[in-house]
Design a protein around this ligand. Structure first.
Ligand code: ATP
Ligand code: MG
Length: 392
């Protein structure tokens, strides 16, 4: 019954020149979201509005769910499109719309007409009044409420006539692509997919890097990360995932450095490598799933020691979240079930029994000196040989 959707988006911060960038990005993301949906759609932007028109049969739920994953959308209005065959026919169609959509409900209502073309023979106020009268006549138990109507019936006079009243909630946020690009350190855990989702929701395009250590971590663990990237890409659009082989570097650190410092030193190398790949590929920030105090490597001193090697901003959207709250989001975005699959993304032999929780940066730096120049070559090799997997 609905041939189109009117897309509502937040108006804040998109004045002037930014407006078309925001709208173009939104149109792009909508097109991307609909690519995976059955049916043909046309997405158009006109007079400050975005419409999605169905050109063939489609599944209502599938389409609205896809649109509900597009950041920047605040509301989705299913629209009935009518041919303009004169006011009498319009009034008739409006009555059957009310009857079908609100059977026996008798909501309070208000008609809101808008003329996108001024050659229509009636003015908006006149249309409101006349349609209101017809509705009251046909449904004697309905009442007008101009302030807080339960049913706001919108009638847009364009080439054709657009009729809508329902608004499904969108996810909010800003369209991906309006705030630059950042590199997500994506592991197989619960946190990092959620972190990527949250930053993407602010309009940031996401690339990702995953460190694996074959044969200590399995092919299956890598596939799990690819699966997670795929889940996140339903919100973000395609993700370029760089898979970095970290085995030699880990073994070398294990050989040379005190074992209680291993995690911190490894994490510092992850950040260095991620930042270098980010720089090479146009990302301006890094994203991690870190949260204060969650594990030994995420105490404030540990985070400070890890952060010290980065020159790019590091976005940690989960920094003050409890695990429970993170889990709630991961369930909502459907990454949870994948995240809890039992494939380790980090080999236990590299994890000390009693890792330092208050690392001293000077001590860590001194330990890293034992790695000499050889580590720089290993880092270069790891970056050069990173495998690119395009997901989504
Ligand atoms: P997660 O649930 O995201 O795996 P975690 O609680 O297991 O996080 P850590 O293992 O300390 O915490 O990792 C902290 C962050 O470092 C992760 O959120 C992720 O951003 C990054 N990270 C950890 N391991 C890897 C990895 N193998 N590849 C890429 N990034 C990683
Ligand atoms: Mg982890």
């Amino acid at each position: 019954m609905f041939q189109a959707f009117l897309i509502k988006y937040g108006e804040i911060g998109i004045k002037g020149k930014n407006r078309y960038l925001f709208e173009d990005a939104l149109v792009n993301q909508i097109k991307h979201a609909l690519k995976h949906v059955e049916g043909q759609f046309r997405v158009t932007k006109e007079q400050g509005r975005i419409y999605v028109e169905a050109l063939e049969e489609y599944d209502f739920q599938e389409v609205t769910e896809a649109l509900q994953r597009v950041f920047g959308i605040v509301g989705i209005c299913p629209v009935v499109i009518l041919e303009d065959q004169g006011f009498e026919k319009l009034a008739e169609d409006v009555l059957s719309y009310v009857k079908e959509q609100y059977p026996g409900k008798n909501p309070t209502f208000k008609v809101h007409a808008r003329r996108a073309r001024k050659d229509y023979p009636m003015e908006s106020m006149e249309i409101n009044r006349e349609l209101g009268a017809r509705i009251l006549e046909a449904f004697p138990d309905m009442k007008v409420d101009v302030h807080e109507p339960e049913l706001l019936l919108c009638v847009e006079i364009r080439q054709k006539i657009y009729l809508y009243s329902e608004v499904l909630p969108g996810p909010g946020g800003m369209p991906v692509g309006t705030n630059g690009k950042s590199m997500l350190l994506l592991s197989g855990g619960i946190d990092s997919p959620v972190a990527g989702y949250m930053v993407a929701k602010r309009g940031v395009k996401i690339d990702a890097v995953y460190f694996h250590a074959p044969p200590y971590t399995s092919e299956r663990a890598k596939q799990k990360v690819i699966d997670l990237a795929k889940k996140v890409s339903r919100y973000t659009g395609p993700i370029y995932l760089y898979v970095v082989n970290f085995t030699d570097i880990q073994l070398y650190i294990y050989e040379k450095c005190p074992h209680d410092e291993l995690t911190i030193i490894m994490r510092r190398y992850m950040m260095r490598i991620a930042e270098q790949i980010a720089r090479n590929t146009g990302s301006l920030g890094l994203i991690t799933g870190e949260s204060i105090g969650q594990v030994a490597s995420q105490t404030v001193p540990s985070l400070a020691a890890t952060n010290e090697v980065c020159t790019m901003p590091v976005f940690r959207p989960l920094i003050a979240f409890d695990k429970e709250d993170i889990v709630t989001i991961s369930k909502k975005i459907d990454t949870f079930e994948t995240s809890i699959q039992p494939f380790e993304d980090c080999c236990t032999i590299f994890v000390a029994k009693h890792p330092v929780t208050k690392p001293n940066v000077n001590v860590i730096r001194r330990s890293e000196q034992r790695l000499e120049e050889k580590i720089d070559q290993m880092v270069d090799t790891a970056i050069r040989e990173a495998e690119l997997v395009i997901v989504g």
